[in-house]
Design a protein around this ligand. Structure first.
Ligand code: HPA
Ligand code: ZN
Length: 339
């Protein structure tokens, strides 16, 4: 095998962990139409091709507008089950062994769908993913940052009966103009409930948002964080404290955070000693799941197997898995790289 084919084979066989995945972002156009038919929801697009043609984004907001529109077809626990299981089947085929999944309850409860309907459907699929597909998982409840603190507190209250199914809270949606500090009190309340915390920061927003996520929300990792390179002190802190970044390369290119993959800051982030990981974000909208993200990075940067091992081990360390599972996956990764 030539070197290129060897790395592609390595990417496929590496056990992978996904740490940045919005379950609503796995809604493939075909599935979206099927749910719309099932639930008799009228769509703004006549067919799958015209919908897919609209996936040409200028920035985060242009994506979010379509993404929230898409969620309207999700109505029953069965829909959330089917959506989640389809995602798990796709990534199990890519050798993903563990996934930490975001969900956006407010985009459903605002449409009159009960919190319990959403979480029942998702967690039933996650249980089947673990037993039948061998994919372990954690669930992360995101607050929509374009909404206010009061709405986030109401969502946390709705989550209370289900806290044993939720590992952490997160923060997503329109970043610029909605700094992490807006949610300082609700994150504190979530942490008092025993939940861990993560937050999207430094995707489109400035490095200051990353500082705030660390100091005021007390997050265990930063989602995206790619703008950290604009602040040398921040880079030094992230490296020193071993704060993981869940980087989403195809997402960043599709949302024009970078003009193309060669301009992505991932190599600089790794060279600075920051624990970066590679993830898919909203794979149905951004052109790829885990392997496609790994392959796009490989095509742009030609990483060696050691770098892929580093990225993989970073994901293990950054995950919310217990130590035994971390040890088991680590040795499987080392074996995969050894060939
Ligand atoms: N950023 C912010 N909010 C989101 C994203 C993202 O990449 N995907 C889904 N909601
Ligand atoms: Zn995201």
């Amino acid at each position: 095998m030539n070197k290129k084919a060897e790395i592609e084979a390595l990417i496929q066989r590496l056990p992978k962990l996904e740490l940045h995945l919005h379950i609503e972002g796995t809604l493939e156009p075909e599935q979206l139409f099927a749910f719309a038919r099932r639930n008799q929801v009228a769509l703004a697009y006549p067919d799958v091709d015209s919908l897919r043609a609209a996936y040409d984004f200028n920035n985060l907001q242009s994506f979010l507008d379509l993404y929230y529109q898409g969620t309207a077809v999700l109505q029953t626990a069965q829909d959330f089950f089917d959506l989640t299981l389809a995602y798990l089947e796709r990534v199990a085929a890519q050798n993903v062994v563990h996934t930490e999944i975001f969900f956006d309850p407010q985009s459903h409860t605002a449409r009159g769908i009960a919190f319990g309907t959403v979480i029942d459907g998702i967690t039933r699929a996650l249980a089947e993913g673990e037993t039948r597909l061998g994919v372990s998982s954690r669930l992360i409840m995101c607050f929509l940052r374009h909404l206010d603190e009061k709405d986030a507190f109401a969502t946390l209250a709705q989550a209370e009966p289900y806290l044993d199914r939720i590992a952490a809270v997160g923060l997503d949606s329109s970043e610029v103009g909605h700094p992490p500090c807006k949610f300082e009190r609700v994150f504190a309340a979530a942490r008092e409930h025993g939940l861990l915390a993560v937050a999207h920061a430094g995707e489109e927003g400035p490095p200051e948002y990353i500082w705030e996520a660390l100091d005021r929300l007390k997050v265990s990792r930063i989602d995206h964080g790619v703008r950290c390179v604009e602040d040398a002190k921040l880079v030094a802190r992230l490296a020193e404290e071993g704060v993981p970044l869940t980087v989403c390369p195809l997402s960043n290119v599709r949302l024009k955070v970078f003009p193309d993959m060669r301009h992505h800051t991932l190599p600089r982030i790794l060279e600075a000693g920051i624990k970066a990981t590679v993830n898919s974000d909203d794979p149905a909208y951004f052109g790829g799941y885990m392997n496609e993200n790994f392959e796009a990075v490989q095509q742009a940067f030609g990483f060696d197997p050691e770098t892929w091992l580093t990225l993989s081990l970073n994901a293990v360390e950054a995950s919310f898995l217990e130590p035994e599972a971390k040890a088991r996956i680590t040795s499987a990764m080392r074996q995969a790289v050894a060939g």
